[in-house]
Design a protein around this ligand. Structure first.
Ligand code: PLP
Length: 389
């Protein structure tokens, strides 16, 4: 179906931070499949994990215990605030599930009237009907009938607006700690801490959508760690599968109490292939020093982007981001710069608010960061004075 405005490029091979087309052209991949290929392409650990599992067992369904799910859930709960994990296949599915967790929590706690979720303008939670209603972007909702009810939208970063929106029917606040699609808006520590305490005072749940910001992308395992808070429920996907479709809902024991047998499910969720890859991703990301390495690379990238802002002050308005979830805000729409970067053999992604997202694999090498900055500089030069091209 015609859902995508695709570029006429076919990649046939990937290695590390590089992609190769069918005609042999090489691209430096600072898009990472929109923050998915956390360990780059064809990472030997992931290839080994997937091929080994492929020779053993692919799928049994959730009618039976799945050893890989138990192992990965144990790893995830040991590394985070969570006590319980539900595996699914995508970010939207994880966000939908997180909403269900919050509503059921209040239902089984004797407060069925608490079902509304406070969400943020500029958010993105996926393309299913409830996830679209949660984000509330009219562009994505148009033509799909009546919007799924139960969401109250407030401006991102505005604690007073959240306080005012909390009412007797509120079940939870759901936000991305760093808005990705919306244009790399980083929620401040004070904002996240304020949300935590507002939720605690009101007896409602804090749901974080870390689909894009999670699994090392921010320089911590999860972005909320920068603020020293923990959510009650968290949706993850993208990086945890390193390119294999995998999502998960993480929750505290208390918050997950409503999800009893029969209340939720997924045929493919937690399939042994996905579990093997998820475990291998965590093996690498949790290696001592890996996340510190991401922070150092992020600093180098940020310095390079700051130089571009100084070099092209009319075009680059601001450098944004945390860790390798970074971007530059332009004075005009990002499409021209994204296209010019492609011409220079560099893949980057547009976002809202005139932002170009720069999302290298977490395994990117220092010299590749320098190369990426060089290529982006040439792309910006093309756009700022088209006669240079
Ligand atoms: N939530 C966030 C923060 C995302 O960035 C995305 C995808 O970009 C989603 C949810 C939806 O994920 P998926 O496309 O896997 O359904």
């Amino acid at each position: 179906m015609g859902t995508y405005g695709r570029q006429d490029i076919v990649f046939v091979k990937g290695e590390g931070s590089w992609l190769e087309t069918e005609t042999g052209a090489r691209y430096l991949d600072f898009a990472s499949g929109i923050a998915v290929n956390a360990l780059g392409h064809s990472h030997p650990r992931l290839v080994a994990a997937l091929t080994e599992q492929a020779g053993k067992l692919w799928h049994t369904s959730n009618l039976y215990r799945v050893a890989g799910q138990e192992r990965l859930a144990e790893r995830l709960t040991a590394a985070t605030f969570a006590d319980r994990v539900f595996f699914c296949n995508s970010g939207a599915e994880a966000c939908e599930g997180a909403i269900k967790v919050a509503r059921r929590f209040h239902f089984v706690s004797g407060r069925p009237e608490r079902w509304r979720i406070i969400t943020c303008q500029g958010a993105f939670h996926g393309r299913t009907l409830a996830a679209l209603a949660a984000a509330g972007n009219p562009k994505y909702l148009e033509g799909f009938g009546e919007e799924a009810p139960g969401f109250d939208h407030v401006p991102f970063g505005d604690l007073d607006a959240v306080r005012d929106a909390i009412g007797p029917e509120t079940a939870a606040v759901m936000i991305e700690p760093i808005q990705g699609e919306g244009g790399i808006h980083v929620g401040s520590e004070a904002y996240l801490q304020g949300l935590r305490s507002l939720c605690d005072k009101a007896g409602i749940l804090l749901i974080l959508d870390e689909v894009q910001s999670g699994v090392g992308r921010s320089g911590k395992l999860f972005a909320h760690e920068w603020a020293g808070i923990t959510p009650d429920v968290m949706a993850i996907a993208k990086g945890i599968g390193g390119g294999f479709p995998l999502g998960a809902i993480l929750a505290t024991e208390e918050a997950a109490a409503g999800l009893t047998p029969g209340t939720h499910g997924s045929t493919f969720g937690g399939n042994p292939l996905a579990m093997a890859v998820g475990e291998a991703v965590l093996d690498v990301v949790l290696e001592p020093g890996f996340l510190e390495g991401v922070q150092q690379k992020a600093l180098r990238l940020r310095q390079g982007l700051a130089r571009l802002r100084d070099q092209f002050p009319d075009l680059v308005v601001e450098v944004r981001g945390q860790g390798l979830l970074s971007g530059i805000r332009l004075s005009s729409a990002p499409a021209a710069v994204v296209a010019a970067a492609r011409e220079e053999g560099l893949l980057v992604v547009g976002a809202g608010d005139n932002v170009v997202r720069i999302l290298p694999p977490l395994t990117v090498a220092d010299h590749e960061i320098s190369e990426g900055i060089e290529r982006l500089s040439r792309a910006l030069a093309r756009v700022s004075s088209p006669s240079n091209t």
